[in-house]
Design a protein around this ligand. Structure first.
Ligand code: SAM
Length: 611
């Protein structure tokens, strides 16, 4: 399968697209918007079903031009509770180009403003889920690219309303397979509703087989009938989102969690041991946002998705300088880069070939961490000189204790986001955090047009250059200081990467900074609910004999985000969003497989297998 999702072949009848592959239309020629409202909103009892809700989730099969999403968005704007959040998850195997969607949506002037907002943030054609937040409307749209069956199998969500809008079942059977309906049942809230224009016998049979009751209703325009269905299970109220969350650490990881929680209206308190922002690795004057592109595996989704999320987040905050990054093939990675360029995971305006086996990441760039962190923390309460020594369960929540034992704060949930200090906390002690010292240099020099990377990097900074970084394993979590031998190594690496830039530099005019990175042995970050290691190991002892682990043994209300290594700026926005969604019981962006690859419990699982 190619790494880039296929675009659909379209035939146009004025502004109405028709797919050649399935020989069907995207929406009714008798009024696409009215069809969305009658069949999908009406069919799921919307807007009434969300009026009293703090949080509501729609999942659509077949995003197409986004017309159903726009119809739901318009209805939501006028009818939601003040602080409520609407999640719309939509799945698409053949993503339309922005220009095609714009052409298809042009006739619907009554929703022109919403369509323009959607088109301005149109998802990048890539196999990477993308969550677009429209905060002013309290709406999060998550677009999943891929086969419906595969995407649903990896989804973690509790869906209140389903829009089944594949092409006609007889022509597009994979969209209506028995497995699709099994997954729908797995993901449905106990009182979920479901709507579709199709009353095909197979659809009704699969709904009934999966615990849905249904009714035929008069169809839209020329269609005689449509279907409304309900999950027949008894309603169970979801746990409410926590009122206050404490985040330990005001680096980029903590700041991204704080931003994601505060946009949901959760009171967020960030506790930082240092006197001001930027004490750790996030204190460097600038850092690169660029992707790690893998050729496959669960982590490729994590890194690709986080890159797209990071560019979107920093563009939104206005803190990225999109200078582009030229990746020059490292000896050991040259084959991989050539292979990726031959079958790229991103479209050419994001990733393209340059001469000499190099690649250009045109949307990658430079971020000043302090600026990004300050913007992300704008709606959180930040306490400086507030070192937390321990966390302690108290009733339904957690107490945070200072080194003298005094209670600093009580919160419903705690996120440990304190980089090198993570394993100071007893429940996180099992995490194999590896520390390394990294030094960078900056000062006058001939600035490159794009940032350049191989194993080291150089970028244009403050009219000069910034380059680095060293990598030395250390055992102590004490803040390091810059030294001359690291500077000499950085200069040697620069001379290899870009001799012309190295020649323009006067080493005596350079500034240096050293900081600690916290990474993991598998070079993947850690994000998720923290398991109770002892309970987990006991409950999942059978893993050692090949059984699948089923007991999460999470400590209620304790989450961790860490081990971001040298990729903190790129990973943090997505991981912050994942943690916030998990805390609030909302749909996750990443697939279950990708989440397992970054879950804290993976280290326990490996330990068991080794026994
Ligand atoms: N809801 C869309 C709108 O508002 O514009 C129209 C959806 S159109 C009727 C059906 C969509 O399902 C198409 O965009 C098509 O590419 C997508 N599709 C077809 N087969 C699929 C599959 N197996 N998995 C995911 N999407 C699929």
């Amino acid at each position: 399968m190619p790494r880039l999702p296929p675009e659909p072949a379209l035939q146009w009848n004025d502004s109405a697209p028709r797919t050649l592959a399935f020989d069907d239309v995207y929406f009714s020629r008798d009024g696409g918007l009215a069809e969305s409202e009658t069949v999908f909103l009406g069919g799921c009892g919307l807007p009434d079903a969300w009026r009293a809700r703090e949080q509501f989730t729609i999942c659509e099969l077949g995003f197409g031009c986004g017309l159903n999403v726009i119809a739901a968005w318009r209805a939501w704007k006028d009818t939601h509770k003040p602080h409520a959040v609407l999640h719309i998850c939509s799945i698409e195997a053949f993503p339309l180009a922005r220009e095609d969607a714009a052409r298809a949506l042009a006739p619907f002037a009554e929703v022109g403003e919403i369509a323009a907002k959607l088109l301005a943030r149109w998802p990048v054609r890539a196999y990477a889920p993308q969550r677009l937040w429209f905060e002013e409307d309290r709406l999060a749209l998550t677009l999943f690219t891929g086969e419906a069956e595969t995407i649903l199998a990896g989804m973690q969500a509790r869906v209140d309303a389903w829009f089944l809008d594949g092409f006609a079942p007889a022509r597009n059977p994979t969209m209506w397979s028995a497995e699709v309906f099994r997954q729908i049942a797995r993901l449905s809230a106990s009182d979920a509703r479901l709507a579709t224009y199709s009353v095909a016998g197979g659809v009704r049979r699969d709904l009934a087989a999966n615990g849905f009751t249904f009714e035929k209703k008069p169809g839209f325009a020329a269609k005689r009938e449509r279907l409304e269905a309900r999950n027949a299970a008894r309603a169970v109220a979801p746990a409410p989102a926590p009122k206050r969350v404490a985040i330990i650490g005001a680096g980029i990881a903590g700041a991204a969690c704080a931003q994601a929680l505060s946009r949901r209206g959760v009171e967020t308190v960030v506790l930082e041991a240092a006197r001001e922002l930027g004490a750790g690795a996030s204190g460097n004057p600038a850092g690169l946002i660029m992707p790690r592109l893998d050729r496959g595996g669960a982590l490729s989704e994590v890194f690709l998705t986080s890159y797209l999320a990071a560019v979107a987040a920093y563009e939104d905050l206005g803190v990225i300088d999109s200078c582009g990054v030229e990746e020059r093939g490292e000896q050991r990675r040259a084959g991989a880069l050539t292979d990726l360029l031959a079958d790229p995971p991103l479209p050419p305006d994001w990733f393209s070939a340059l001469a000499d086996r190099a690649a250009l990441h045109a949307r990658a760039g430079l971020v000043r961490p302090r600026e990004a962190i300050t913007a992300m923390l704008s709606n959180a309460r930040v306490l400086f000189e507030a070192p937390v020594a321990a966390i302690e369960r108290a009733g339904e929540g957690w107490l945070l204790r200072a080194p003298d034992g005094c209670v600093m704060l009580k919160a419903a949930a705690v996120v440990l986001a304190c980089g090198a200090a993570l394993t100071q906390f007893a429940p996180a002690r099992f995490l194999p955090i590896e520390l390394s010292r990294g030094q960078i240099e900056w000062g006058p020099g001939a600035a490159p047009a794009h940032a350049l990377t191989r194993s080291s990097y150089v970028l244009s900074f403050d009219g000069g250059v910034l380059f680095g970084a060293t990598f030395d394993k250390v055992n102590s979590a004490e803040a390091p200081t810059a030294d001359a031998s690291s500077r000499a190594r950085n200069l040697r690496a620069l001379a290899q990467l870009a001799p012309e830039i190295a020649a323009s530099i006067d080493p005596n005019k350079l500034n240096s900074r050293a900081a600690l990175r916290a990474a993991t042995p598998d070079r993947a970050p850690i994000a998720g609910a923290l398991p109770d290691a002892e309970v987990w190991l006991r409950a999942n002892a059978d893993v050692a004999h090949g059984a699948v682990p089923i007991v999460s043994a999470s400590i209620p209300g304790v989450y961790v985000v860490g081990g971001l290594g040298a990729r903190g700026l790129t990973l943090a926005p997505l991981l912050g969003e994942e943690i916030a969604a998990e805390i609030c019981g909302e749909p996750q962006v990443l697939s279950a497989k990708a989440r397992a690859a970054i879950a804290p419990a993976r280290f326990l699982q490996r330990a068991l297998k080794r026994r």
